[in-house]
Design a binder for this molecule. Sequence first.
Ligand code: NAP
Length: 233
Amino acid sequence: MEKPIALVTGANRGIGFEVVRGLAERGYLALLGARDAAAGEEAAARLREVGLAVEPVRIDVTDDVSVNTALAAVKDRYGRLDSLVNNAGVLLDEGVAGLEVPVEAVHATFEVNVYGALRVTQAFAPLLVRARGNVVNVSSIMGQLASAGPGYLAYRSSKATLNMITRVLAAELRPHGVRVNAAHPGWIRTRMGGPAAPGTPEEGAAPIVWLATLGPDGPTGGFFGPGNRPLDW
Ligand SMILES: NC(=O)c1ccc[n+]([C@@H]2O[C@H](COP(=O)([O-])OP(=O)(O)OC[C@H]3O[C@@H](n4cnc5c(N)ncnc54)[C@H](OP(=O)(O)O)[C@@H]3O)[C@@H](O)[C@H]2O)c1
């Protein structure tokens, strides 16, 4: 039987890299998305060395041409996509008050975290429908409206918007058998999370891998965190 196909954006390091590993360990052909081709090839080679089915795919989520080139390659080679993980993300306003954050920084954050995820999902939707697959938007508890406090205005707003996109696309894709969910990985030790974070990238990947591998009876339009627990919006 042919392997299911998964694409993970921003997977050359951090949580995305471990999501690729987790999916490949579960029998997927995992497409390791990276905006830098050399970084993607190097990361994919590390997983292939241990016998996992991983292929690098160059994809900059802010660039229409890059996304369409990746789409054409996946369509030609495989004709379908079983799982899309919108993991690529940036945090540009750490330590800056919302009253002082430059609007340009808010815009740059949305370019990746919001428009990037939307652009990739819109492009790959026909291949996901063909596979009746799963979309996972890697969000954050920082995007939760109920618990929001001061600071991180750009990052929080981007993840809250990504959560809304999750709800809308879940409703639109439900009739086509595609599930769309948002995941909070926990506070994870990566370049973004910093050295003080308690969780490992592998732990952060766990709820994302679960949502990326849901079967037809799995939830859609939900927000899930560590331990696969549902979170309030
Ligand atoms: N770490 C945490 O505690 C935490 C908590 C909650 C949510 N998250 C979310 O988890 C996801 C992964 O975070 P992480 O901690 O693994 O961060 P990370 O180590 O900083 O990795 C971010 C990844 O995104 C990629 N990326 C950035 N801009 C991109 C673009 N335009 N196109 C394609 N890829 C791009 C980076 O590529 P380059 O290497 O080329 O820069 C890198 O591979 C993010 O969505 C983040 O918001 C993280």
